[in-house]
Structure formats: structure tokens, C-alpha cells
Design a protein around this ligand. Sequence first.
Ligand SMILES: Nc1ncnc2c1ncn2[C@@H]1O[C@H](COP(=O)(O)OP(=O)(O)OP(=O)(O)O)[C@@H](O)[C@H]1O
Ligand SMILES: O=P(O)(O)OC[C@H]1O[C@H](OP(=O)(O)OP(=O)(O)O)[C@H](O)[C@@H]1O
Ligand SMILES: [Mg+2]
Length: 285
Amino acid sequence: MSTLKIAIQKSGRLNEDSIQILKDAGISIDNGIDQLKAEASNFPLEVLYLRNSDIPQYLIDGVVDIAIVGDNLLVEKGNDIEVIQKLGFSKCKVSVAVPKAFDYKSVQDLNGMRIATSYPKTVLDFFNSKGVTVDIHQISGSVEIAPNIGLADAIVDIVSSGSTLFKNNLKEVEVIFKSEAVLAVSPKVTPESQKIIDTLKFRIESVLRARKSKYILMNVPNDKIEAVGKILPVLRSLTVLPLAQKGWSSVHSVIDKDTFWDVIDQLKEAGAEGILICPIEKMVL
Ligand SMILES: Nc1ncnc2c1ncn2[C@@H]1O[C@H](COP(=O)(O)OP(=O)(O)OP(=O)(O)O)[C@@H](O)[C@H]1O
Ligand SMILES: O=P(O)(O)OC[C@H]1O[C@H](OP(=O)(O)OP(=O)(O)O)[C@H](O)[C@@H]1O
Ligand SMILES: [Mg+2]
């Protein structure tokens, strides 16, 4: 059987979450601290630990079959590298920011200005689409300092909490797009590798689904089950099991992790008691 080659970031913001998602998908690998390559012990997968910024080119060349990479880098690369799964971590925005004192009204205000960035193609495409001409200064890091040292009038960089902008006296004025870590596939992938990719994707989907959900159990008087059932969004139907105490049942379901506090209040009002919320490890539909 052939082995799938996957690229993940060697060190940085994506490294730990990338390894964790593979582990949660049942694949055991080392953390890449002292090595550039590792074989999974229980899945046909070879992991290459690379610089995030080098990964799009490795995908294009077919050096790796698949990768976990920041979507912003695929956008910057501009080739049609297929994204098969958004992974829900390393969420950020690629934004335009200007000094706080800049009286910004619209993107036209940046016509003829100098923009510092690590993402020149993204910047060019964005301003071209708005009919605005800018002068791009490409730098590879510490972009937010550029306006303060007179290198640029504005910047395009990654924004997450906004604290780097704040500390450098800048304000976000345009969000070009939102990014997160994604699973991307090489255009040169072979049919044999594709089969392993399908298995891996299936596992990762189950992990992501489980991360979004909680398992909920509660005791409900039998005459209130219908009312409780209306509150619970269920996969197929509720699981209802009789309790030792006559007239009561144990009701089980799956709920969205972000909304369970709201749902719990409604369930209590509808007559549910002894509510338990548990994590779900995997969820296969
Ligand atoms: N502050 C942030 N919050 C959330 N996600 C971020 C943030 N900064 C960057 N990211 C996302 O994480 C990815 C990796 O960022 P990181 O700073 O670790 O690496 P890098 O400087 O792009 O990479 P490398 O040195 O590996 O080439 C980025 O491409 C982006 O998608
Ligand atoms: O909005 P915030 O939460 O402040 O995050 C944004 C900052 O995070 C990233 O830098 P990082 O910390 O990865 O440093 P780097 O430039 O050395 O990669 C990015 O380049 C911004 O500078
Ligand atoms: Mg960074």
C-alpha cells in the first residue's frame, strides 16, 4: 500500500493544533521538534514538518499530497489548490489598517499610498478590484511597525485579537477576507493517494463534528417528553429509556456546544431534571 505525504507546520501557530487533529483522528505521530519527517505508526501517512509559507509550493509541485496550512497563504499563492476541509483553528482576518489619526472614509483614500505587507498578491488583487493604485512594500514580518517608522502609509496583515494593531497605534479599516487552517490537496495527487485522503477526511470530519457538539442526558417525566423533544435538535430521533422510577424516562440527545446553555434553560422550564452534558469523542454520521 502506498503512503500519503502530508505537510504540517514545523513550528508556529499551526503546529500543535495540526498534530492534535491528526491524533484525534487516531493517527499517532511525533511532534516534529527534533525531526523534519516522521511516519505514522498506525496509518499510511508520512508527515513532513515544513515552514507554513513554503507549503503551497510543495503542494503545487506534488512534493506532498496534502497539507494543513493557513488558507491565507493559498490565497496569496493564487494557484488553484483545492481546499477539502476547513479545520476551525488559527482563525484570523487579512485586513487593511491605517494609523489611528488617518481620517479614513473609503478604500479610495489609499490611492497612490504605500502599503507594507507580507502578502503582495493579496494586496494587489484587492486594490485592483477596487480600481485603486497602491505602491506595495513587501516585508516578511513586523509589518505593523512600518507606518510608525515612515516606511508605509498603511498595512495589510493578519489580524486576530487586534492587539498588535492597537499597540502600534493602527486601526483596521477593511477586512479583505477571513482565514483559518485548512486541509488542502495537491493538484498532482494520484488515485491511490486519493483513497487514503478520503479515509483521512472522513476521520477528520468525525472529529470536527464531535468538537462542535455535546452529548446531553436528562431525566424527564413521561408526559413532558414531547415538550422536551421539541427543544432538542436531534440527529434522527431522541433516545428515550425508562427509569426505575415509574413515570420517568432518561432522554438522550446531541446538541450544539455553542448553544447548550440557552437550551438548558428551556429544558428546565419544560420539566427536565438531572441534566448531564458530556463531551463526544467522535461523531460518525
Ligand atoms: N494572530 C493570529 N491568530 C490566528 N491565526 C493566525 C495569527 N497569525 C497567523 N495566523 C495563522 O496561522 C498561520 C501560521 O502563522 P505563524 O505565525 O505560525 O507562521 P508563519 O509566520 O506564516 O510561518 P512559517 O514561519 O511557518 O512560514 C498563518 O498563516 C495564519 O493563517
Ligand atoms: O491581532 P493579533 O491577535 O495581535 O494578531 C496579529 C498578529 O499575529 C501575527 O503575528 P505573529 O504573532 O504570528 O508573529 P510573526 O509576525 O512573527 O509571525 C500577525 O502577523 C500579526 O502581527
Ligand atoms: Mg505569524
